[in-house]
Design a protein. Structure first.
Length: 566
């Protein structure tokens, strides 16, 4: 650990200068010349890569909070700190604790230094030694830049290590780049490394190190999705999911279900089979420390849940909008015998708890309980809240189900709404493609919806909506939108369907990704795509059930979507 600290004290002499010096601090007392730090030994690269991950810990919690607290699925409580309340109200100043752009550039500057100085030509037994680390660090840099651009809108694109204050000032004076420009730059930068294997460092602190590294093809899919390059986005997502060495069908066991042996649902107990903290569903993550002495400890459990440290006063809770969206879904159960099939829709009244109505993912991941022996004057909260999704051990950067949903979003924008709907309702596998995607769309989609029939089967592939809403393939209320009257051409019908299927995908992104830091940016992406700020402004202003007109007006101006730079 000392090696990591010493090395990275040197190369984070600055953290990008804005105004008088916020982004790149250049006052380190440790003086060492750049040429003294070469990366030509395996030990150097391991320390360096893990040091970059240590810098990423500083932005891990913030990535979640910036993407979720500003959305419509959470609301702050009276116990929330003032900076968190201002974040939710889009009233952030440069001294807000969640507004520290230098932390992003600390990651970026470390990545830039590594990329410039690692010896990519060094070989051993005919194999290039550092290619895996080189690709992994490029992915860290691209992912961090995407988070930076989403948070701040337009930022300096710095691709060389900044070692002096003058360098920082020079970079500050360059024109800033927006989200699309940054995505386009890193698509070109990352594409040559899409198939490079991840570094292998074994298990670290009980977690396999393979989870520490960003999946390059999934990241390329995201960059293309934000850049409006939908065909490429769908291709990258598809190729990641259908990888011949590590195919990833939808996990059919990752779902919440009702006990099917009873008929009285008001007496039923749902079976909780949904856990996004299980690494079967997590693709990559930022590991967090158990003790402050070792590095950065996640504060998310104290923000989201009741802990001894916060005297059980949680700072955020599901909004009325989240409760309503979950309850609006219809849970469907299909029963088959040798001679007939029966479909049952779970009622929306008479259940034991409100969170059991509709989609079960909210119930599976969230709970509140009253504690006896306390009163309103107690130093501790009388209500205890828990989010199963939130763990102190890591912050997820990629989950399988969210990759599938972004894949569906890209397919839909490619003019393939039936294929996108199949991801939601049935699951994409060769059998379902034949059954639910017509021949015209199959031809148009080509390899974008081609999957290995030996791996992707109806037995292990389900529609994502089924994770929380039962047997969606049998749900007659959850269907591909169709115009009330036949339209003049097939393309007219497709054009009618695309925005409506996209709305369904956005709802599914909320149901599946709630509380994890996606929501604000999902709304932002669609609002930008449609040039419709109201797509973001209206739901966020109604997060508590009634319209906050002042907040709605603020969000109708795009410049208010971003944090202010110092």
């Amino acid at each position: 650990m000392k090696h990591i600290i010493q090395f990275f004290t040197v190369i984070t002499l600055s953290a990008f200068l804005f105004g008088c010096a916020d982004l790149m601090e250049t006052d380190s007392e440790l003086v060492e010349f750049e040429e003294d730090n070469t990366l030509n030994h395996p030990t150097d690269t391991v320390y360096s890569v893990m040091g970059i991950m240590g810098k990423m810990q500083l932005i891990a919690d913030r990535t979640v909070l910036l993407g979720e607290v500003r959305g419509d699925l959470l609301t702050t409580t009276d116990a929330a700190n003032a900076d968190l309340k201002r974040l939710a109200a889009f009233d952030v100043t440069t001294d807000n604790r969640y507004n520290s752009v230098s932390d992003y550039y600390a990651v970026i500057n470390n990545c830039n230094y590594f990329i410039q100085h690692v010896d990519t030509t060094l070989q051993r037994r005919g194999r290039t030694i550092f290619t895996s680390e080189y690709a992994a660090v490029k992915a860290f840099r691209a992912w961090t830049y995407l988070q930076l651009a989403l948070a701040y809108g337009e930022v300096p694109l710095v691709t060389e290590p900044v070692m002096t204050e003058q360098d920082a000032k020079n970079e500050m004076n360059k024109a800033r780049s927006g989200i699309v420009d940054i995505c386009n730059y890193f698509i070109d930068d990352l594409a040559p490394y899409a198939l490079v294997e991840k570094p292998r460092y074994g298990s670290i602190n009980g977690i396999s190190s393979e989870f520490f590294f960003i999946p390059v093809r999934a990241l390329l899919g995201d960059l293309c999705l934000w850049a409006g390059r939908y065909q490429e986005a769908a291709t990258w997502y598809h190729d990641f999911l259908n990888d011949k060495d590590e195919p990833r069908p939808m996990n059919a066991s990752a779902r919440s279900r009702w006990n099917t042996n009873i008929t009285e649902f008001n007496l039923a107990t749902p079976i909780n089979g949904y856990d996004v903290t299980n690494t079967r569903e997590t693709i990559s993550l930022i590991p967090m420390e158990d003790r402050i002495f070792d590095g950065v400890v996640s504060d998310l459990p104290n923000v989201y849940g009741s802990t001894r440290e916060n005297k059980y006063f949680y700072q955020v809770t599901p909004s009325q909008a989240m409760m309503d969206l979950s309850a609006e879904q219809t849970y469907c159960m299909e029963f088959k015998t040798d001679t007939e099939t029966d479909t049952i829709y779970v009622p929306k009244v008479g259940l034991m708890r409100d969170v059991m109505v509709g989609d079960l993912r909210l119930w599976s991941n969230f709970s509140q309980n009253s504690v006896g022996g306390k009163d309103e004057y107690s130093e501790e909260s009388t209500i205890r809240q828990n989010f199963n999704k939130i763990t102190s051990r890591w912050v997820a950067t990629y989950r399988l189900n969210m990759i599938y949903l972004h894949y569906a979003e890209a397919l839909n924008r490619c003019g393939l709404p039936q294929s996108a709907m199949a991801v939601l309702k049935y699951g994409l596998c060769p059998e379902n493609v034949v059954a639910y995607v017509d021949s015209t769309e199959q031809v148009a989609a080509g390899n974008l919806i081609a999957f290995d029939s030996n791996v992707f089967t109806r037995e292990n592939t389900i529609g994502i909506h089924s994770i929380g809403s039962g047997d969606s393939q049998a749900n007659g209320l959850y269907v591909l939108p169709m115009p009330s009257e036949p339209m003049a051409t097939r393309q007219d019908t497709v054009n009618y369907q695309i925005p409506l299927v996209e709305d369904m995908i956005v709802n599914e992104l909320a149901l599946e990704g709630a509380f994890e830091g996606y929501r604000f940016y999902d709304l932002m992406r669609i609002a930008m795509r449609r040039n419709a700020p109201e797509y973001l402004a209206v739901p966020i202003s109604k997060r508590n059930g009634v319209v906050d007109e002042a907040l709605r007006a603020r969000l109708m101006e795009r410049r208010n979507w971003y944090l202010p730079l110092p």
